[in-house]
Design a protein. Structure first.
Lengths: 40, 284
């Protein structure tokens, strides 16, 4: 069971890397998101 | 100081090492922000060096373009299968804050049926606020929202809103009814943390709910030797979380119950061989 979860995680991570997801995460995380922290 | 406390403090400082941010009211913008942290750690916290996995997941499901967050899902799956809820007990900064507040003097509310029922709610909140409602909002309005972060998450209020609002005057001008709501909720949670052991963790945290699903299959964490366990219930009575048996979905693998188990059936997975050797040595 564990090895299939590892495999699924690896496939998802690689797909995400290939699609440039870390860049999107960085874009969101490196700017203050007022909405996300409840300022408004 | 207990080994676990050192891990908690280390993780909190490593994840929030941009100390200058607390002084100038700005957040870190380095490339490490592309990496998710294992625990609940708001990425708008001035000290944060990484991204909150829950925040990153919600941001992918909000806005005008819906996309499947493969990278974040992969990360959550990887952390789940590696550590399970050991992350909550050993690495989550918000878990540490809750534990420290619980150490303050005052009457403590004991767990029971009420807390066992409430602890099931975190699965409902997680599915509703992280997945179903943002998707419904997107379908019907064309704009998804990070509902959990925006309306609930007290970690974001404490770690980000409080320092940013106190250090950044332009942000303070933007505060409105939403801020009032979030601060009221934070106040309730902070007060509850003095009287109830890890209330946010037990009753509300979707990240803990997710990691708990992997507790049985995770590489590291607490496990119970079924051959030795007599189901005396001492681990459940001793634990502050709503566990029925050490190592179940509610267990944060703090490992404190190992000492009180009369048959030494509870151990960390990686130390099973070591514990077997100790038991065998005692019997011989």
């Amino acid at each position: 069971m564990r090895k299939y979860i590892f495999l699924a995680a690896a496939v998802l991570l690689l797909t995400g890397l290939w699609q440039g997801d870390p860049g999107r995460v960085w874009q969101k995380a490196s700017r203050i998101c007022l909405e996300c922290i409840g300022i408004g | 100081m207990a080994r676990r406390r050192l891990w908690q403090l280390g993780a909190a400082f490593l994840g929030n090492g941009n100390l200058a941010g607390f002084l100038d009211g700005r957040i870190y913008q380095g490339s490490s922000k592309a990496l998710c942290l294992p625990g609940l750690n708001c990425y708008s916290c001035p000290g944060a060096l990484g991204a909150c996995p829950l925040g990153a997941l919600q941001s992918a499901l909000s806005g005008t373009v819906l996309r499947i967050p493969f990278y974040v899902l992969g990360w959550l799956l990887l952390m789940g299968v590696l550590l399970g809820r050991m992350i909550c007990g050993w690495l989550c900064p918000f878990g540490l804050i809750q534990e420290l507040l619980f150490r303050l003097p005052g009457p403590k509310l004991r767990k029971g049926q009420w807390s066992a029922r409430l602890s099931q709610l975190k699965y409902l909140w997680g599915i509703l606020l992280i997945l179903i409602l943002p998707l419904l909002l997107f379908i019907f309005t064309g704009l998804g929202e990070p509902l959990f972060c925006k309306y609930v998450c007290p970690a974001g209020t404490l770690e980000a809103s409080v320092p940013l609002l106190s250090m950044n005057a332009s942000l303070a001008a933007a505060a409105g009814w939403l801020t009032v709501w979030k601060f009221a909720l934070l106040g309730i949670f902070l007060l509850a943390m003095v009287f109830i052991y890890r209330p946010f963790c037990r009753f509300l945290c979707p990240l803990g709910a997710w990691y708990g699903l992997f507790n049985r299959s995770a590489v590291l964490g607490i496990t119970v030797d079924a051959h030795r366990c007599t189901h005396c219930g001492r681990c459940s009575q001793f634990c502050g979380m709503d566990v029925k048996l050490a190592g179940d979905r509610e267990c944060i693998s703090c490992g404190e119950c190992r000492e009180i188990c009369p048959v030494q059936a509870i151990h960390f997975r990686q130390s099973k061989n070591q514990s077997n050797q100790i038991l065998e040595a005692k019997h011989s």
